[in-house]
Design a protein around this ligand. Structure first.
Ligand SMILES: [Zn+2]
Length: 259
């Protein structure tokens, strides 16, 4: 039985979200790049930390782990194909993580592309996807290939439509501006831009989104559709009829897009 009581966004650095999962007095944190906001929230709400989930090795996702582990034996789960300086349980595709204090089970998915060993955690209708999938966009390709990232996003797209998508950065509005430039005739995208702009103006997170929303508005999950293939084929004729090439062209376009 999986029952996530509450998932709280803690802001860190410029635009990171550190997600804190809370049930009763127990908490699990995802990608604590900075320990301070986590410690402050734990103290303020008298919570005890029971586990740490890491999606990939970048400093803005792991920088707070050592401080959170001081004098404790909290289990840390981190991708088996990446290297970390702190003690951890290496995890990868097909494994399940049991977090009994929170009554939670997460399935681990390998989603390489942004980094070579990036993983995502899926359970209880929630997805923690780090820097692989963003609201209206996707991560940059740093260590893997754009084809790997394409297949990782396709894997995420096969999860149920109602899956709540918890990304590690608030990039949604900038991503939607790019999305509108390549998919301007998409009414759902226009609605989302309006909706998420209002949230941002109120200082509220645009996340979590849902996979259904991402599939209808995120150009990187819509590379099989004629409008996006047409845009991509202006730069690379092979994109026509080929979602994978379309994805790689869009990823390059986004890198140089000035919103
Ligand atoms: Zn990253």
């Amino acid at each position: 039985m999986i029952a996530v009581m509450d998932i709280v966004p803690l802001r860190a650095f410029q635009d990171n979200y550190i997600w804190l999962l809370i049930q009763d007095r127990h908490a699990v944190v995802v990608d604590p790049g900075d320990a301070r906001p986590v410690q402050t929230h734990l103290q303020r709400h008298a919570l005890s930390l029971r586990g740490i989930l890491i999606t990939h090795h970048h400093g803005d996702h792991v920088g707070g782990v050592e401080a959170l582990l001081q004098g404790t034996a909290i289990p840390v789960y981190a991708p088996r194909h990446e290297t970390f300086s702190f003690p951890h349980h290496p995890v990868g595709e097909g494994e399940r993580i049991q977090l009994p204090e929170l009554d939670m089970v997460f399935e681990v998915l390998d989603v390489p592309g942004h980094t070579a060993g990036h993983v995502a955690y899926y359970g209880g209708n929630t997805l923690f996807c780090g820097d692989t999938l963003f609201g209206g966009g996707c991560g940059r390709v740093f260590e893997g290939t754009c084809r790997q990232l394409y297949h990782s996003l396709q894997k995420l797209a096969r999860l149920p439509d109602e899956t709540q998508v918890y990304c590690a950065h608030e990039y949604t509005l900038a991503n939607l501006r790019f999305a509108l430039s390549v998919d301007p005739g998409n009414p759902r995208l226009m609605e989302r831009m309006q909706h998420d702009s209002q949230l941002a103006a109120l200082g509220k997170p645009t996340l979590p989104s849902t996979l259904a929303l991402e599939k209808s508005t995120n150009p990187f999950l819509r590379c099989h559709t004629p409008p996006l293939q047409t845009v991509a084929s202006l730069l690379e004729p092979l994109a026509s009829g080929d979602p994978e090439v379309t994805f790689c062209v869009l990823r390059e376009m986004k890198n140089s897009f000035k919103s």
